[in-house]
Design a protein around this ligand. Structure first.
Ligand code: GLA
Length: 377
């Protein structure tokens, strides 16, 4: 199975944690379709941790908790599929999942078979309670091999948080995306930390195996399982801009059941020009140019796009309003070449031609300017 674009969807963990059940999953699937999020590309519905019983059955198979999922996982998968969506589930490379339910260690092949029989399309695979003796790369290779041979296309979403130098071996495992960060929480310091962490892994990110910066917090507004105070709209926009700019999978983590009422979150999550950067077919490596502000929190990132344009993200990660600046020479465009930069701000729609080879603008604290940039004569 080849995954050529960063997956998009919804995952239960950020808001609901252990409080999940089949009605919630059905309602969330309905909401993705009704709100237009599915049409914008969010098509995976993923149940995270806490869905199973504490014990396997007498044949060693995982069992969905019948109180929470009385119709069973196959029926739920059928429902999700009937909405034109894909169905995701969760397990772990250790003996237990992070919340203490049975993990897939030493049951990789039987579990892959079970997931396939239920109609699962996506498996998030965590790293808690893993063996001290068998290396992570071997644990993930086991499940990678099991999924690749289970008779169904199942996207393999590795979740070892970058631990044990995941970046060096993850592409040997068959994973289609890998968590390159620790867990997100609904706060600006968390967003800032995860963006900074990506600077270590820009060269790992690539088509077929995407760096996963963790699930989105847009729309959580300080409510739910990973809520820690919440973010301002500016910070949510910056968070989403940087995830999309970096080409991360985009898994919504808020309660989507009444998302239509939250117009600003809808506007952020469905901006087509921002989504087009995330999903750009060339999937080139992001690089950082910083001129005078190298190693400061005023950051300038660039990514070449498939049609010859560039995406530029200006990130003011400082706590004050600040001036941002870069020169076209930094981008590989010498003044002598007779071309100039034409910048389109993807949040305001404002268009600017760069004069004198220097672009400068002011950004609020924690703000991000996201641009699509073309070359003009
Ligand atoms: C880990 C993962 C989270 C979530 C929880 C569930 O912390 O990183 O994304 O899946 O486990 O217990």
């Amino acid at each position: 199975m080849i995954v050529s674009k960063p997956p998009m969807g919804w995952n239960s963990w950020n808001t609901f944690g252990p409080d999940i059940n089949e009605q919630l999953i059905r309602d969330s699937a309905d909401a993705l379709v009704r709100s237009g999020l599915a049409a914008a590309g969010y098509n995976y519905v993923v149940i995270d941790d806490c869905w199973s019983l504490r014990e396997r059955d007498e044949n060693g198979r995982l069992v969905a908790n019948p109180e929470l999922f009385p119709s069973g996982m196959k029926a739920l998968a059928d429902y999700v599929h009937s909405k034109g969506l894909k169905f995701g589930m969760y397990s772990c490379a250790g003996t237990l999942t992070c919340a203490g339910f049975p993990g897939s260690f030493d049951h990789e092949f039987i579990d892959a078979e079970t997931f396939a029989s239920w109609g699962v399309d996506f498996l998030k695979y965590d790293y808690c309670y893993h063996s001290d003796f068998i290396k992570g790369e071997r644990l993930y290779r086991r499940m990678g091999l099991a999924l690749a041979n289970c008779g169904r296309d199942i996207l393999f979403s590795a979740c070892s948080w970058g631990a044990d130098e995941t970046n060096k071996w993850i592409k040997t495992t068959g994973a289609h995306m890998w968590r390159s960060t620790g867990d997100i929480n609904d706060s600006w310091p968390s967003v800032k930390k995860l963006i900074e962490k990506q600077d270590d892994y820009l060269d790992t990110n690539g088509q077929g195996c995407f760096n996963d910066m963790d699930m989105l917090i847009v729309g959580m507004h300080g409510k739910g399982n990973v809520a820690v105070g919440g973010c301002t709209e500016e910070e949510y926009r910056t968070h989403f801009s940087m995830w999309a700019f970096m080409g991360s999978p985009l898994m919504i983590g808020c309660d989507v059941r009444e998302i239509e009422k939250d117009e600003e979150s809808m506007r952020i999550l469905t901006n087509p020009e921002v989504l087009a950067i995330d999903q750009d077919a060339a999937y080139r490596q992001v690089f950082r140019i910083n001129g005078v502000w190298n190693r400061t929190d005023r950051r300038v990132y660039v990514r070449h796009l498939e049609n010859g344009d560039m995406a530029i993200a200006l990130l003011n990660a400082t706590d004050d309003e600040n001036r941002m600046i870069f020169t076209s020479d930094d981008l590989g465009l010498p003044e002598s070449c007779g071309r100039r930069l034409h910048m389109r701000n993807l949040w305001t729609g404002e268009e600017t031609d760069v004069k004198n080879a220097t672009f400068t603008t002011r950004l609020p604290a924690h703000g991000c300017g996201l641009y699509r940039v073309s070359l003009v004569r």
